[in-house]
Design a protein around this ligand. Sequence first.
Ligand code: WTA
Length: 659
Amino acid sequence: MEHSGTLESLAQELRVFRPLPQLVIEANVNPQELESFRRQAANDPQGYWEEAADELDWYKKWDQVLDESNAPFYRWFPGARCNIVYNALDRHIETANKNKLALIWEGEPGDSRKYTYYELYREVNRFANALRTLGVGKGDRVIIYMPPLPEAVIAMLATAKIGAIHSLVFAGFSAKALRGRIRDVKAKLVITADGFYRNGQIIRLKQTVDEALVGACADCVDSMVVVHRAKVDTDMLDGRDFWYDDLVRRERPESPTEVMDANDTLFLLHTSGTTGAPKIVSHCHGGYMVGVHRTLNHVFDIKPTDIFWCTADLGWVTGHSAVLYGPLLAGTTTLLYEGHPNYPQADRMWHIVSKYGVTIFYTAPTLIRMLMRFGPQYPRQHDLSTLRLLGSVGEPIGPETWLWFYRHIGRGECPLLDTWWQTETGMFMISPLPISLLKPGSVTKPLPGVEVDIVDREGNSVPPGVGGLLVITKPWPAMMTGYFNDTGGDKGDETSGDKSGEKGVEGERFREAFSRFPGKYLAGDVAKRDEDGYLWIQGRADDVLNIAGHRLGTAEMENAFRSHPAVAEAAIIGVPDKIKGEAAKAFIILIQDAQPSDDLILDLKHHMRKELGPVAVIKSIEFRTTLPRTRSGKILRRVLKAEELGEAPGDLSMLDDTE
Ligand code: WTA
């Protein structure tokens, strides 16, 4: 069968959930306003985003909203001057937010710290001064390799405040992975902790940095700041290593905020690398802050009394936009938890929700699936009645997980906002609002000002019900400003980074993302639209299977397995098949009480056939207790595939080997 690059769509989900009337009445954006935002943004996108920009403070406003003259290297708000930290922190000190809680932190052992906006402001100023004393300035790269501690938040804000560029590395990464990342961005400073608590143990962190700092990597790093968290014996190198407390003690709690060009870099961040070597995405102060501020306010309907808990690590884009910058731009209270979600037992998350009265709980399907395995008796032990909104991000959630989350955590009353976006997009792109009709497993519609399409391989829009490539057809303000060290082509060892500045090919990878269908950004996901215009993400394009000419996304098959009562988690890969060209192999994690057996295998295959029809043939099933995942929780199907085919797995630095 000839295929034009479209994807079969097998699953059909007919359930629809409506928001409670009271919630619609109280929403910041009601259905009429949402429609009018959509219309305004469609007719005059620049006007729409300009209004969003006007809600923030600028040292100098823009010469124009969007410069498209060098597309796809779009520049938002050229000529404007600003600093995201002014908007996330400084400006709140002049308002009623001054004495409101900005940050609630809980450590794994149960210790806790709280900061008002004023207190956070003063801490950030002290550390900003300390950074300047260490010789860090505008444009310098700072690696933050830290557990979720208040000092990590302070370090990010202080770095941005003085115009330096932060680049976070998740604290679970190895010395080797850290070394590559330090070298990639040529960091001048590393900020870390002596250690931290995770699953009842102390993880020593500073010594990992010491291990990383050898060779070329050691040459670029002038100094290291160490937060005293775990109080473990720590070797300090004279002249290079400094205790955080010693540095800030001497500094004053006032510090000027650097005036930045709107397009100056705010941060660099490696992508999670599910389908290959990670790329280093760069975001700027101006457009990023506008996009994040507008979309977080719309989607999460921020109210003055909210306690916002996004469970992502600060080291992912979700941590940047939805733990730190988004909530602080909105003047809300953000919550940060240091430890393992199951420590000391499987109700820790729900314990935290009830202890602090969390109102918005935003997490990833992988965490929900893990907690589902333990059953609903854990959330039932806690008062979760303060919750008013739930959110999901990172992977297709699928109807089963969606319904469990909605019913057992959200009492069947809290809208579940499934937000689709990427490190590259910086801000939420496709998502419901609390007032939207919800279909379990659908990310619903693009937000106002975001235009998407689903196209076949030739770039033609596909009709409803047919899957294809997800593209974004108009620039958006929080779009990445580029890839760092973007020299294009296949560099092999991505982490070497030593080809930076090579002439003639600058921006090649970035250009690639816009070049397959000129002017459109290729997201790398496959998706379909239903008759109501609702969008369904079917997986990563690289993971698509081709079974006897039928092209199938992984998400629908995995979701179908997850609706079987014995299944907790599933991953699908394609394996060569003499007759069909490719066939599906499933890796299954069972729920706690289920046992693998031949009967169960037959039953699972039958279940799949019943759910999705005869096209979805499962060649074999393997039971596992864990699946290879990125450290942000995404299933690494390419690793399963390489294992299966006995091939080299490629870059594994993003693999979570802690489970
Ligand atoms: C996937 C995370 C389905 C998708 C913010 C995307 C999702 C990649 C969703 C980006 C969602 C993210 N439903 N899939 N709601 N959100 N994804 O860069 O494949 O870590 O391309 O950014 O995660 O992952 P990243």
